[in-house]
Write a protein that binds this ligand. Structure first.
Ligand code: COA
Length: 209
């Protein structure tokens, strides 16, 4: 897993894992993202945008024009594309709300397309994203908000080491229904401690290089 890098084609890669890369959105991501952001199962607990095509087109244009966490941006959100290395397929997208709810904090969103779910891709992608944000943006605290009925999202956050910090009653209007929201958070220091415990980081080299 590495920090930000450029490919030979000049494309920005924010992180790479064994199976995935996190990259900037491209114009050709438009149609598959529209399908994904319109899918009833994918939007069951997130709600549906009124004009999905405009929303996704704006999201791509915005992410192409700026770097993650750029100050003075029209929106605090930056969308990362999750691409599978074995076949180059775009299998999901991750949203990062910089400065939410405060300085050096981010709110995370994550979506893995239905045909790629259940294979550990969400865990692998979000873990890579957290490490990238700790190392490159000095993020101190990560927030995940899941509708209480979104069991897969809550399980993902718990598996990654997030702590359940609260339940907000009927706080999210989704498809015309008021849903409860569960709030989760993870501190960078907790993430680093978990990495060490899991052995994610390469051991420090002995001697001088
Ligand atoms: C939430 C969401 C991203 C989770 O994606 P996912 O594909 O189910 O997540 P993962 O594949 O990482 O984990 C799912 C299961 O696969 C298992 N798995 C299978 N193969 C695996 C592998 N090779 N490595 C690790 N885990 C693996 C995991 O253990 C996990 O099982 P568990 O939940 O019983 O522990 C996905 O359901 C989604 O996109 N939902 C719609 C959008 C949404 O609601 N987003 C959240 C808004 S808050």
């Amino acid at each position: 897993m590495g920090g930000r890098a450029l490919t030979s084609s000049g494309e920005t890669l924010f992180a790479t894992t064994e199976r995935l890369i996190l990259r900037k959105p491209r114009p050709e991501d438009l149609e598959p993202l529209i399908v994904s952001w319109s899918d009833p199962e994918m939007t069951r607990f997130t709600g549906l945008r009124t004009d999905v095509r405009s929303f996704v087109a704006q999201m791509i244009a915005d992410a192409q024009a700026k770097d993650p966490g750029a100050p003075d941006s029209a929106t605090p959100w930056y969308q990362f594309i999750v691409e599978r290395r074995s076949d180059g397929a775009m299998i999901g997208d991750l949203g990062v709300g910089f400065g939410l709810p405060g300085e050096r904090q981010v709110e995370l969103g994550y979506r893995i397309h239905p045909e790629a779910q259940g294979r550990g891709y969400a865990r692998e992608a979000v873990a890579a994203l957290i490490s990238y944000l700790v190392e490159n943006h000095s993020i101190h605290r990560f927030v995940g908000i899941a509708a209480s009925g979104n069991e897969r999202s809550k399980r993902l956050l718990t598996t990654l080491g997030f702590r359940h910090e609260g339940n907000f009653r009927r706080s999210f209007l989704c498809h015309g229904e008021w849903l409860d929201d569960d709030y989760f958070a993870l501190l960078a220091e907790e993430w680093r401690a978990g990495e060490t415990a899991r052995g994610d980081r390469e051991p420090a080299r002995e001697g001088r290089s």
